[in-house]
Design a protein around this ligand. Structure first.
Ligand code: ADP
Ligand code: MG
Length: 424
């Protein structure tokens, strides 16, 4: 997974941590780990970009644990003080980062707490009342605890924004500003993501003090370990094509992204009719149902997990073989994050996009962002414009011969003139 020959033992980490890393089977640090760990250990601010699945969690998690183990909290820190804070955009990612940190710090004297919405406040309050070495949280719930004075952020030494560009976009920024106000001015701030754009970077630099910047791969690049393919297809036939692909390619574990919450549930029902075990994850579900769907999927009990972009960021599903964009993403950077759920930790992966005509502008935006063409192919039997007319369709809804002819002609013209819908 790593191209460097550096070893974990050379990075200045406590041997208790390097022992643990070896136990976890990490043979050598990834590039982002090799570069970020010494900087984080120095206490410097950092903006770090590296592709999906390259081990960014350990890149901030390991040195954070080291620093907390090897220093004492401020003398005047209140009992409910939090020494380090990690903020993530989704609950599932908070849980995952928390689980990762627990595995890195197992057996060490550190208190790590997780707090996110959708589950009851009281157990979290109980835990936080006596403070934490590390708190992993989503912004909304973090503010609930701050307003409730459950915990105190005034003495936090380090704050990490995972999926930093997402945390600083319009949706989250007001909450993030409220959180920043509660943190001390003098602190270490770390920003990690696979994508950064200019606007976010400008904003990011305002939060950072004489920061270091690391960019491992070309900015906003999709992981090379993921092979990408796009099938142009009529909108109405996407569902049929998805079932066909799952069946004919014998995919056992596939993560499918749709654009709406309702879309996830509809697709689950339809796949079930085709005999494919599916579950959905979206923002309307109870947190219990969300986590269960993800856990069942990870455990291989569900073959297709249908998700909105709530699952696009950060989730690490061991050896997930395939991601499908059932709908093209609204935001080009979400393409990078969605497909980055596969091809992680040195494994290869496949990303398939189903694109209807109206989604062509989204593809153009993606290709501009990643500065690459997404390979396209027409799939035999699913070529766009070849919708099958079945006998049970009412006559009135069947196109007349001349209408059909007109349609074909128009289509031919479009292809000749624009060639845009053609596989390249
Ligand atoms: P990112 O945040 O960059 O998308 P993660 O931190 O989620 O990536 O890590 C992706 C996967 O790689 C995880 O399963 C993690 O356990 C594994 N991993 C991390 N660091 C290493 C390493 N040095 N060697 C092998 N596997 C690693
Ligand atoms: Mg991550």
């Amino acid at each position: 997974m790593s191209s460097s020959t550096i070893r974990f033992s050379q990075l200045g980490l406590d041997s208790r941590i390097t022992d643990k890393v070896a136990e976890l089977g990490f043979q050598s640090p990834t590039d982002i780990q090799a570069q970020a760990i010494p900087i984080v250990l120095e206490g410097e601010d950092l903006l770090a970009g590296a592709q999906t699945g390259t081990g960014k969690t350990a890149a901030f998690g390991l040195p954070l644990i080291h620093s907390l183990l090897n220093s004492d909290p401020a003398d005047n820190m209140p009992v409910n003080g939090v020494r380090a804070l990690i903020v993530t955009p989704t609950r599932e990612l908070a849980q995952q980062v928390f689980d990762n940190l627990l595995s890195y710090a197992e057996g060490l004297e550190l208190k790590i707490v997780v707090a996110y919405g959708g589950v009851s406040l009281n157990p979290q309050k109980e835990k936080l009342r006596s403070g934490a070495d590390i708190l992993v949280a989503t912004p909304g719930r973090l503010l609930d605890h701050a307003y409730n004075k459950t915990m105190d952020l005034r003495f936090s030494e380090t704050v990490v924004f995972d999926e930093a560009d997402r945390m600083l976009d319009m949706g989250f920024l007001p909450d993030i500003q409220r959180i920043l106000k509660r943190l001390p001015e003098k602190r270490q701030t770390l920003l990690f993501s696979a994508t950064f754009d200019k606007k976010v970077k400008t904003l990011a630099y305002r939060l950072l003090t004489t920061p270091k910047e690391i960019q491992i791969h070309a900015q906003n690049s999709a992981a090379e370990s993921v092979s990408q393919i796009l099938y142009p297809v009529d909108k109405k036939r996407k569902r049929e094509l998805l079932s066909y692909l799952i069946g004919s390619r014998n995919w056992q574990q596939v993560l499918v992204f749709t654009k709406t919450k309702e879309g996830t549930d509809r697709l689950v029902k339809e796949l079930k009719l085709d005999g494919i075990k599916a579950a959905s994850i979206n923002g309307d579900k109870s947190q219990g149902a969300r986590q269960k769907a993800l856990d069942d999927f990870k455990a291989g009990q569900v073959r297709a997990l249908i998700a909105t972009d709530v699952a696009a960021r950060g989730l690490d599903i061991s050896e997930l073989e395939c991601v499908v964009n059932f709908d093209m993403p609204f935001k080009a950077e979400d393409y990078i994050h969605r497909i980055g759920r596969t091809g992680r930790a040195g494994n290869s992966g496949l990303a398939v996009s189903l694109m209807s005509r109206d989604e062509e502008p989204m593809l153009a935006a993606i290709e501009t962002l990643i500065d690459k063409r997404v390979p396209q192919e027409w799939l035999a039997g699913f070529e766009p414009g070849t919708e099958v007319i079945t006998e049970d369709q009412p006559r009135s809804r069947r196109p007349s011969r001349s209408a059909e002819k007109r349609k074909m002609k128009a289509k031919l013209k479009i292809h000749q003139n624009r060639g845009k819908h053609r596989p390249r």
